[in-house]
Design a protein around this ligand. Structure first.
Ligand code: G3H
Ligand code: 13P
Ligand code: ZN
Length: 307
């Protein structure tokens, strides 16, 4: 068993009208919670690493733990670099054994994004690695990019971009954003843009970033046990389900994992003031993540029983 790319996963997902979950990983408990959830639901999964996660845990630790997850679970797992900011960031991940990279040139002007993305594609493809790129801008803060207002993806430009760069999947901006505060008013996604892109690029896998649902259960649990998170709002589950039945083959979630983990830890510490064994509280967090991932796979992604 070895890590796989997203090629086959996306092909089956597109044809089957479902999407693959891409979950951000930082440590062993998150990796185990995510892959155990995917295994229990017989689903492939994408483990993705941001540059700050790479700095936090180290590429070697992450790669070896993910290799162990492949060996232990036997399920299809892709290891993906999330929001690679440069060719150097992408080549570092590829050389470390990642099977997929995102080059995020969405904040460059169009021609520069095409040129830089193409460089990453050339390097990655010659090593059997797949590439995701982004067009349009999501509001919110990413590793090295901060955007105040989202800029929707232009469908005609998306068609041109895919043809000229040779990328394997495209992240688009249709109204989602990173973090726990996605909408001030009513949640709204531009499905008309997604539909137009799907028509222009039939069969081509689309990626949705900023796709956490921000479950009020976990926000309330955080607040009940000493947290202070006000006004959090995510993407409604039915919108995500709709997107995954269309051309969206990869749905990125990080905030939901953070909330579930934080809420569980806060509750655990409040209810077990004498406990000092990290295996007890980290174990509780890992179980909560597994339950969350199973729920995502069945209620949002529809990727259960697809191995
Ligand atoms: O896109 C952003 C992801 O949630 C990763 O966040 O850069 O804080 O690890 P991070
Ligand atoms: P969320 O903040 O909605 O979880 O999005 C995560 C993401 O897009 C990582 O690339
Ligand atoms: Zn993202």
């Amino acid at each position: 068993m070895a890590l796989v790319t997203t090629k086959e996963m996306f092909k089956k997902a597109y044809e089957g009208g479902y999407a693959i979950g891409a979950f951000n990983i930082n440590d062993m408990e998150i990796i185990q919670g995510v892959v155990n959830g995917a295994k229990a639901q017989k689903s492939p999964v994408i483990l993705q690493v941001s540059s700050s996660a790479m700095k936090y845990a180290g590429a070697k630790y992450l790669k070896h733990m993910v290799d162990a997850a492949v060996e232990e679970t036997g399920i299809d797992i892709a290891l993906h670099l999330d929001h690679g900011a440069s060719l150097a960031a992408c080549t570092e991940a590829i050389d470390a054994g990642f099977t997929s990279v995102m080059f995020d040139g969405s904040h460059y002007d169009y021609e520069e994004n095409v040129r830089l993305t193409k460089e990453v594609v050339d390097y990655a493809h010659s090593r059997g690695v797949v590439v995701e790129a982004e067009l349009g801008q999501l509001a919110g803060v990413e590793d090295e990019v901060s955007v105040e207002k989202s800029v929707y993806t232009n469908p005609a430009q998306a068609e041109d971009f895919v043809k000229r760069t040779g990328i394997d999947s495209l992240a688009i901006a249709i109204g989602t954003s990173h973090g726990a505060f996605k909408f001030t008013g009513e949640a709204k996604l531009r499905f008309d843009i997604l539909e137009d892109i799907q028509k222009r690029l039939p069969g081509f896998p689309i990626v949705l970033h900023g796709a956490s649902a921000v479950d009020p259960r976990y926000v309330e649990m955080c607040n009940e046990f000493g947290g202070s998170i006000a006004g959090a709002k995510g993407v409604p589950t039915e919108m995500l389900r709709k997107a995954s039945s269309m051309a969206v083959c990869k749905i990125n979630m990080d905030t939901d994992l953070r909330l579930a983990m934080t809420a569980t830890l806060r509750k655990f510490f409040a209810e077990n003031p004498k406990e000092i064994d990290p295996r007890k509280y980290m174990g509780a967090a890992r179980s909560a993540l597994q339950a969350l991932v199973e729920e995502k796979i069945t209620a949002v992604l529809g990727s259960n029983n697809s191995l």
